[in-house]
Unconditional design. Structure first.
Length: 115
């Protein structure tokens, strides 16, 4: 089982990034997908969730209206489009696939928002 994030980097405030999460060795379409983030000295925070069939989506209040979660089950890949980025969005971003008691994590990708 593997989840691999990509797309992180350094961006100026107001900029955009698109994170990807590629899944392998399990049936990605059966799992809900979550994006979390963890800033230095802070607890891991749930940012966005999309259900397995893509029908239900939820966002943390801090990112609502700026981030968009999506998935392409045919490609076994999930996405997090991040627009209007702020310095407080700086964190390591993790994707998570969850179904009942099964929960798989990626290794994380660093997002830094700074001028």
């Amino acid at each position: 089982v593997q989840l691999v994030e990509s797309g992180g980097g350094l961006v100026q405030p107001g900029g955009s990034l698109r994170l990807s999460c590629a899944a392998s060795a399990f049936t990605f379409s059966n799992y809900d997908m979550n994006w979390y983030r963890q800033a230095p000295g802070k607890e891991r925070e749930l940012v966005a969730t999309i259900r397995s069939a893509g029908g239900s989506i939820n966002y943390a209040d801090s990112v609502k209206g700026r981030f968009t979660i999506s998935r392409d089950n045919a490609k076994n890949t999930g996405y997090l489009q991040m627009d209007s980025l702020k310095p407080e969005d700086t964190a390591v971003y993790y994707c998570n696939a969850k179904r009942f008691s099964y929960s798989w994590w990626g290794q994380g990708t660093q997002v830094t928002v700074s001028s």
